[in-house]
Design a protein around this ligand. Structure first.
Ligand SMILES: Nc1ncnc2c1ncn2[C@@H]1O[C@H](COP(=O)(O)OP(=O)(O)OP(=O)(O)O)[C@@H](O)[C@H]1O
Ligand SMILES: [Mg+2]
Length: 191
């Protein structure tokens, strides 16, 4: 994606809910259909426009909690996450992205050396692109069970490298160190 890429702005009424993947008071994730595509819509507290590794279709802005076709789930999520008394005008955004079938979080049961290497390499590439993930835990590393595809997801906290931010070089280094330690631990647990 080039830096002058402008994400399409998608209308929630053009997206159809298929099934809920998970709901917490922080995030609402569901499978959805949009223009004949199998998608994931993630609506989260404080979502901004961010890079994403699953194919990125666009942002869904100012979602009306009472929109037809999304009830009662979306309204319940809003009521839990954005109490009306606190912010009656809350209209968070969502990100619509590719649905990847057959994914699991990366763990010992699906560990292979090749997957571990690719996941680490992908993080290096994300860093080289000037992005620090800031939530680099196994729950955000996915592997597809019947392919060699591995992914990083959940860029909600990610930041673009800012040369003016004195904390940034450290963030990148810490994340790389954490990743190396995690990979070493996996190798030890394997043997
Ligand atoms: N594009 C996708 N395709 C298929 N499944 C996905 C996709 N994105 C997310 N998921 C599923 O939803 C789960 C949670 O996604 P995500 O990490 O974005 O949400 P979260 O609210 O941050 O959850 P967590 O607290 O577990 O990290 C993933 O572990 C995965 O099972
Ligand atoms: Mg996550």
């Amino acid at each position: 994606m080039s830096s002058d890429y402008i994400a399409p702005n998608i209308d929630i009424s053009d997206v159809n809910l298929v099934e809920i993947i998970k709901q917490t008071d922080r995030a609402f994730l569901c499978r959805a259909r949009w223009q004949d595509k199998d998608c994931v819509l993630k609506v989260a507290r404080g979502f901004c426009e961010r890079g994403s590794v699953p194919d990125f279709y666009g942002v869904v802005e100012n979602i009306d909690p009472e929109v037809k076709g999304w009830q009662p789930d979306l309204k319940e999520f809003y009521d839990r996450t954005f109490p009306q008394g606190l912010d009656p005008k809350a209209r968070p955004n969502g990100v619509l992205m590719e649905y990847i079938p057959g994914v699991n979080v990366f763990e010992l049961s699906n560990y292979t050396e090749q997957r571990a290497h690719k996941i680490q390499q992908l993080l290096t590439e994300i860093h080289e692109a000037g992005i620090v993930h800031l939530d680099p835990y196994p729950r955000n590393m996915l592997v597809q069970s019947d392919s060699d595809r591995v992914l990083w997801i959940d860029f909600e906290l990610a930041q673009i490298f800012d040369p003016e931010n004195p904390k940034h070089p450290r963030f990148f280094d810490d994340e790389s160190l954490f990743m190396s330690a995690f990979m070493e631990a996996l190798v030890i647990c394997q043997s």
